[in-house]
Design a protein around this ligand. Structure first.
Ligand code: 16G
Length: 251
């Protein structure tokens, strides 16, 4: 092939990768984070070279779909404001459903031990070579699909992960690693096609995306979990208390 024809093909390729990436961002493929996955992961996902990927990213930055923060990576531009909603009890799905009178069950979607992604390592405060147990499950309440959950736990807290079955919090408790404190962040999203199919709803149905980081009493991070809860079946309730009135200042 001539050099001109070859460079023409490369030009078309990066345009088509930019288009696919734009579509994936819009359909919620990267909804769990504002940071675009790393170059290596993206090159593998889209089966392209770094040069082609970088050109596609530059194009999307020019369009305002992505933006680059020096030293921090490439971010997805989301214009909708987010609200942090505090919650008061650190319960498991099994406990939550039992409290409501449902039977909690799960369908296993993925289970295994991996090296953490950069995002997982950052969230868990783990080193890049510290192995993690990854668990992706469809959670059901008396047979109704409620949520998809991706839990990541440093392997040292659950060394016999291959025997895991049932409640994650029960398994951690049995090892003396019951999470004691957590930080949770929620936002509304539209489900992508695959997750919607798993949850048995129409593509682009609304859902609550919940990210939980849970800690042990000594401050070690034991869990980083991302969940997609169906908006039509789940009410998220927060207990509120009157806080002392702010003191009036004299003018
Ligand atoms: C809840 C937690 C999730 C935790 C799971 C354990 C939310 C949003 N998430 O679903 O972080 O991993 O419970 O449930 O509440 P399990 O003990 O029933 O497996």
């Amino acid at each position: 092939m001539s050099i001109a024809a070859d460079s023409g093909r490369a030009g078309r390729l990066y345009k088509s990768i930019a288009k696919t990436l734009r579509h994936d961002i819009e359909s919620g493929r990267f909804a769990e984070s504002e940071v675009l996955p790393g170059e290596r992961a993206l090159c593998e996902t889209y089966e392209v070279s770094r040069t082609t990927l970088r050109k596609a990213i530059v194009e999307l930055i020019a369009e305002g779909v992505l933006f680059h923060r020096h030293g921090a990576g490439t971010f997805i531009h989301r214009s909708t404001p987010r609200v942090d909603q505090p919650s008061s009890r650190l319960t498991s799905f099994t406990e939550d459903m039992e409290l409501r009178g449902f039977v909690a069950t799960s369908r296993l979607l993925e289970k295994g031990v991996f090296l953490p992604t950069p995002e997982e390592a950052m969230m868990l405060g783990a080193g890049p070579n510290e192995r993690v147990f990854r668990l992706r499950r469809l959670r059901l309440a008396s047979g109704t699909p409620m949520a998809i959950e991706n839990a990541v736990v440093p392997l040292r807290f659950l060394p016999d992960w291959d025997r895991f079955d049932g409640s994650l919090y029960d398994a951690l408790s049995a090892k003396g690693h019951r999470p004691m404190r957590g930080l949770q962040r929620l936002r509304a999203i539209l489900l992508n096609e695959a997750d919607a199919a798993t949850l048995g709803v129409e593509p682009r149905s609304p859902a609550l995306y919940i990210q939980r980081i849970a800690y042990l009493p000594d401050g070690a991070c034991v869990e980083f979990t991302r969940s997609w809860y169906r908006a039509d079946t789940y009410d998220f309730v927060s207990e509120l208390a009157l806080s002392p009135a702010p003191r009036k200042t004299r003018r």
